[in-house]
Design a protein around this ligand. Structure first.
Ligand SMILES: Cc1cc2nc3c(=O)[nH]c(=O)nc-3n(C[C@H](O)[C@H](O)[C@H](O)COP(=O)(O)O)c2cc1C
Length: 176
């Protein structure tokens, strides 16, 4: 598939079929994330795949709240993305340049994951809204942040048209 077609195809899917996802396919998505670039090749992430139905339900429940992310209770797989410590050079660079490289890195890796999923006919939804404390407890994560969860499964909803700023609004040439 052309890369732009794949990028068009990827969308936030909030409705999934009940059928499970083969671990082999999940591993392909993990491999795509593993190959993502990062500041000083620091790779400050760990992807925790949750596919035990009872645990998925509990993690999904921790994502649902205040009318948000109800769909997360009915997904076959949820991946928790843990923020790991950057390597020394990335940490020094982060401080000197006052930029949080690790979150930028994680965003790129997560999108790699989602694009590979789309290529395999799987749907994803990146979620930043969830009870992080509950998720950490459920997955045995201590003293680390979990900035994002990703739902994964066979999409059951429609493919939507993308609503985005125009090229003129989001880019310019040679001057701001
Ligand atoms: C960092 C981040 C956090 C997000 N958090 C949520 C979330 O908690 N719940 C949700 O339903 N969608 C969430 N989204 C999905 C966005 O709403 C979605 O990407 C955006 O509306 C564009 O739509 P599309 O992904 O279908 O192209 C999140 C996306 C990102 C990148």
């Amino acid at each position: 598939m052309e890369l732009l077609d794949l990028i068009q195809k990827r969308q936030s899917d909030r409705q999934y079929e009940a059928r499970p996802v083969d671990r082999e396919l999940v591993v392909k998505c993990l491999e795509a994330a593993r190959l993502a670039p990062s500041a000083c090749n620091s790779q400050p992430w760990k992807f925790v795949v949750v596919d035990e139905p009872q645990l998925v339900l509990q993690v999904g429940d921790a994502a649902a709240g205040m009318g948000m992310n109800k769909f997360a209770k009915e997904v076959p797989v949820i991946v928790a993305v843990v923020l790991e410590k950057m390597n020394l050079t990335a940490r020094i660079g982060s401080v000197i340049k006052d930029k949080e490289y690790s979150l930028l890195d994680m965003g790129i890796a997560v999108e790699h994951f989602c694009l590979q999923a789309a290529e395999l006919g799987l749907g994803t939804c990146i979620m930043g809204w969830f009870d992080e404390k509950k998720v950490k407890k459920l997955l045995g994560i201590k003293n680390k942040r979990v900035p994002l969860l990703i739902t994964l499964g066979y999409p059951a909803g429609e493919t939507r048209r993308k609503i985005r700023k125009s090229l003129d609004d989001m880019s310019s040439w040679n001057k701001y």
